[in-house]
Design a protein around this ligand. Structure first.
Ligand code: EPZ
Length: 421
């Protein structure tokens, strides 16, 4: 497996073009199951996760074609040859579980492997299944699989989520668009990826109102048509590079960004001593010789501070002039980057859901690895700022969610390369 090798200690300077959002793209790909016409997705990121989703869709009989360095993908589910999503494919990526709802909506039956836990937490799918049951599905669990049926089709319902779940909100939308009658979702997630999904579905003829608000309404339709749709820019990728620039220092302009999607990050990164200047389509992030200041953060559902930037924020404040406290409220086990940052010289103590970070003057390069992609990105940022050589192992994780990370950072003057082990 490849590793990323970084010679740290240089500031960054240059421009980075942000790709389409991974966490939107993989759900938009599942949309193709809802229509027998072609769905063209543009501004697609070229990632391991989008390829895994393509593999799963192909196994169901979908024609999957990629062009332009995979930034354009055409998915055509004229007919489905199978309604079974096997464990070998679902285990590669949890979000592929979301093919259950669309298959149930279109074929009135599906068999999909339960995704299982993952490194950042148990991550059950009870909310997904409860919502599908509310839409009239019969669900049985057996030998690690969900067997779902909806004789006569799904029927709209009033659903209140007990807490906010991005995946359950999206999954219910994917099922309810073709249900009979109206579905009301209360306590829905409000992430930009939810709006992206609703915008794509509406362009295909769905009737969704209120996406981006807690209450969403979906008036079921009988058919959706094909469309060409551009994936929203990746706010987490943009936030990651902004934090990398803040950690290593320097001046980086992020292009193809929707800065309003990072409303919770900008004031905090500014408080930490980094200057942020926005215009319509780009954001300039600068820390030129000024110290990093300590900042407390807690993760929340959107529009709060994203859990997917928590590790990267921690890498930054591990070099701050003082003590920061970071609280992780979304996932119960998302501090696995802490021991790795400590191996690089950071001073971090974890107590339950809180990490106390006492800033140090410098980090030292080391061999490190992480068990999820955002944690891996935090180690890359720490490596850029550290003295000496850092090797980030298990690049597999980075490749799931960051397109050409070594090229994008290398273009900003970082000494970073991918090496085959
Ligand atoms: C999405 O995961 C993202 N993944 C995650 O990004 C992101 O961290 C998360 O939303 C929160 O923003 C994708 O979009 C593919 P949730 P999701 O359902 O949908 C619990 C990354 O690095 N829960 O909002 O799985 C769950 O365990 C990934 O790109 C239940 O208990 O997140 C968690 O504690 C990591 N039962 C909380 O809710 C359920 O049925 C929020 O999870 C569903 C969720």
């Amino acid at each position: 497996m490849d590793k990323i090798v970084i010679e740290g200690g240089l500031t960054l300077s240059g421009e980075i073009k942000i790709s389409g959002a991974k966490n939107s793209a993989i759900k938009l790909m599942a949309v193709c199951l809802l229509t027998d016409e072609p769905l063209e997705l543009t501004n697609m990121p070229n990632l391991r996760d989008t390829r895994s989703m393509g593999e799963l869709l192909a196994s169901l009989g979908v024609s999957v074609k990629t062009e332009n360095d995979a930034s354009r993908m055409t998915l055509h589910a004229k007919t489905l040859s199978s309604t079974t999503a096997p464990y070998e494919l679902v285990r590669k990526m949890r979000a592929s579980f979301n093919v259950l709802g669309p298959m149930l909506a279109r074929e009135h039956q599906a068999k999909v492997s339960l995704p299982g836990g993952c490194a950042i937490g148990a991550r059950p799918v009870d909310l997904h299944l409860d919502a599908l049951k509310a839409l009239g599905a019969d669900i049985e669990l057996s030998e690690g699989y969900v067997y779902a049926k909806a004789k006569g089709g799904l029927v709209g319902a009033n659903i209140t989520f007990p807490f906010i779940s991005v995946g359950a909100t999206e999954h219910t939308m994917l099922a309810a668009v073709l249900a009979k009658g109206e579905t009301v979702l209360n306590n829905a997630a409000r992430e930009p990826e939810i709006i992206d999904l609703a915008d794509c579905l509406n362009a295909m003829g769905a009737k969704i109102t209120g996406a981006g608000r807690s209450e969403m309404r979906i008036e079921g339709v009988t058919k959706l048509k094909g469309v060409s749709y551009a994936v929203v820019p990746d706010r987490i990728e943009a936030g990651t590079y902004a934090l990398a620039a803040a950690t290593a220092g320097g001046s980086v302009r992020l292009l193809n960004v929707r800065s309003e999607h990072l409303g919770a990050l900008w004031p905090l990164i500014a408080k930490a001593g980094t200057k942020v200047t926005m215009d319509e389509n780009s954001v300039l992030v600068e820390r030129l010789g000024t110290p990093i200041l300590p900042v407390d953060v807690e993760t929340q559902a959107y529009p709060g501070f994203p859990t997917d930037l928590q590790a990267q924020f921690m890498a930054m404040v591990s070099l701050a002039d003082g003590v920061s406290v970071i609280r992780e409220n979304i996932f119960e086990n998302r501090f696995m980057h802490c021991p790795e940052l400590v191996r690089m010289g950071a001073n971090i103590t974890v107590k339950g859901r809180e990490a106390i970070i006492r800033g140090v003057k410098s980090l030292k390069g080391a061999q490190v690895m992480a068990t999820d992609l955002r944690a891996s990105a935090s180690l890359v940022a720490a490596g850029l700022a550290a003295e000496g050589t850092t090797e980030v192992l298990r690049v597999y994780h980075l490749d799931r969610g960051f397109e050409h990370i070594e090229v994008k950072l290398g273009n900003c003057g970082a000494r970073i390369k991918r090496v085959a082990e």
